[in-house]
Ligand binder design. Structure first.
Ligand SMILES: [Zn+2]
Length: 244
C-alpha cells in the first residue's frame, strides 16, 4: 500500500446554507448556527498527470470523496493537539472542461482560537494544501504492472514508442487528512508534495537519511491512532469553545 501527500489548493471561502449546516451538524456534537462556522472549499487532487507523472483515476477520486467526510484538516501534516483546525463535512468529484477534481468542503468553528487561521485563509496567506491518502494500486501506463507488487523498468515522464509513461493511482484504502500549508513568496516553493512508499522499494528514493519503509508504516499507523483520538478531542473542544 502506498501513502501519498499531494498538493492541492484552497479554492475559496463559501457561504453557509441550510444544506451545509445539515451536513456540518452531522459531524458536530451539538447543532451549530450558520454564524458560528467558517466554511471553505479545497480543490484537492484531480485526474490529470501531475509533476511526478502520476494521476488519480476518476474511480479513485470518487472513493476518496467518501473516505474524506469527517476527516481532519491539519496544519503542515502535524497531528499534535491544537493544530487540527477544521474538518471535512462533504466531498464530491466535480468535472469541468474534462478535468475531474475532488473538492473537499470543510468547516471550522469561529472562535478566538481559530480567528487567526480564518484570517489567513481569507487573506490568501494559507492557500496551498496537501492531501494524505493511501492507495493500493499504482499502475504503469506502459505495461500495466502494479508497482506495489512488482517494479517495472519504465520511468514516469519517459517516452516508449511515442507513449509517455505515467502511473495511475487507484484502489484507495484510506484518506488520513488534508493539511493547510503556508505559502512562501516563491510560488513553486509553496507546493508541498511527498510520497511515502509502504510496499516495495521505490525506483526513486527521496526519503531523507534514516527514513525507510519502517517509518512509512508508522506514519500511517500514527495517523490512524490520532484520527481516533481526535475524533473525541475535536468534538469535546468544539463543544467547549462554543459556550460563549
Ligand atoms: Zn511499466
Amino acid at each position: 500500500m502506498n501513502e501519498f501527500c499531494k498538493a492541492a489548493r484552497i479554492e475559496k471561502s463559501a457561504t453557509v446554507d441550510e444544506g451545509d449546516l445539515t451536513l456540518i451538524n452531522a459531524q458536530a456534537l451539538r447543532p451549530l448556527a450558520a454564524e458560528e462556522v467558517f466554511v471553505f472549499r479545497l480543490a484537492a487532487c484531480d485526474d490529470q498527470v501531475d509533476r511526478d507523472y502520476e494521476r488519480f483515476t476518476k474511480e479513485c477520486l470518487e472513493t476518496l470523496a467518501q473516505l474524506y467526510v469527517g476527516k481532519p484538516v491539519l496544519k503542515d501534516h502535524s497531528w499534535s493537539a491544537g493544530v487540527q483546525t477544521a474538518r471535512v463535512y462533504a466531498a464530491q468529484v466535480e468535472t469541468q472542461s474534462g478535468v475531474s477534481r475532488l473538492v473537499l468542503r470543510c468547516y471550522m468553528p469561529r472562535t478566538e482560537g481559530t480567528a487567526e487561521t480564518i484570517a489567513a485563509i481569507e487573506s490568501g496567506m494559507l492557500r496551498e494544501c496537501s492531501v494524505g491518502v493511501a492507495v493500493a494500486r499504482v499502475t504503469c501506463s506502459i505495461c500495466g504492472v502494479n508497482q506495489l507488487e512488482t517494479l517495472c523498468k519504465h520511468g514516469g515522464g519517459q517516452e516508449y514508442d511515442g507513449k509517455l509513461c505515467h502511473f495511475d493511482l487507484d484502489d484507495p484504502r484510506d484518506a488520513y487528512e488534508v493539511s493547510l500549508v503556508a505559502v512562501p513568496a516563491q510560488k513553486e516553493a509553496g507546493i508541498i508534495k511527498s510520497k511515502r512508499y509502504g510496499g516495495a522499494d521505490p525506483i526513486e528514493n527521496t526519503d531523507p537519511p534514516g527514513g525507510g519503509p519502517g517509518d512509512d508504516t508508522s506514519w500511517a499507523d500514527k495517523a490512524l491512532l490520532e484520527l481516533e483520538k481526535n475524533r473525541f478531542n475535536l468534538e469535546g473542544s468544539e463543544d467547549e469553545t462554543q459556550t460563549d
